[in-house]
Write a new protein. Structure first.
Length: 222
């Protein structure tokens, strides 16, 4: 079994990103295609706890070889951020129900990983060479705000009054988000997403969660 990877570049080929089709949250970018693939591979051990927490550790360990199954041109933002902002050929609706449940279990593990990191790193993050960068609580607030006010709203999940930073509100939001994704899969949403697909929504949500979890690990003391 291989690790299926999509290699995406921005329209001007200034940045590239490699992401795992079957392991939402495992995605890395760089200035070259080889750099993106190398960085992606370097994060295999860092992503493994997510797979283990989802009960898929053996499956993850058995998938050793990386196979690029698609090379594509992404959105203009990819050139700036090195992030995939659109669905690939293997992420079109309708989504297979078994695949959705598998990926939802991994997304849930990404959330758990994020919460664990947030609980154990220092509140003050190491700043950049010019003194820029957010501290832990700002990263947490940003991650949850974007997820609730952008990602989840795309499938009709209302933004909770008071936000989702508090643990109880966060748990309720995530439960509602997962329920809405299942409803979308069943065709119960009145309005389909215009430019996003359900597989991309799951992957992008997981990526955003893990990207900032790893940011906190890299910049904070534990």
């Amino acid at each position: 079994m291989t690790i299926r990877v999509v290699l995406e570049r921005g329209p001007k080929a200034k940045m590239f990103v490699a992401y795992a089709v079957d392991w939402p949250g495992w995605s890395r970018g760089a200035k070259t295609a080889d750099g993106a693939l190398d960085t992606f591979a370097a994060y295999q051990d860092r992503y493994r706890p997510v797979a283990v927490d989802a009960g898929r550790g053996r499956e993850f360990d058995d998938a050793e070889a990386v196979e690029v199954v698609e090379e594509r041109v992404g959105a203009g933002s990819t050139d700036f951020w090195g992030i995939s902002f659109s669905a690939g050929a293997l992420e079109q609706d309708p989504m297979d129900s078994a695949d959705l449940e598998r990926k939802l279990s991994l997304l849930t593990s990404c959330w758990a990983y994020f919460d664990d990191v947030a609980a154990r790193v220092s509140p003050v993050m190491r700043k950049g060479p010019r003194g820029g960068g957010r501290d832990r609580d700002e990263i947490i607030a940003h991650t949850l705000r974007v997820e609730s006010e952008d990602f989840a709203k795309r499938i009709g999940v209302p933004v909770p009054v008071g936000g989702v930073v508090e643990p109880a509100a966060r748990a309720a939001h995530r439960a509602a988000f997962v329920a809405a994704m299942r409803a979308y899969q069943r065709g119960e949403q009145v309005r389909p997403m215009r430019s996003w697909t359900l597989p991309f929504l799951v992957r992008h949500t997981a990526f955003h969660t893990m990207d900032h979890a790893w940011e906190m690990e890299d910049k904070g003391s534990q």
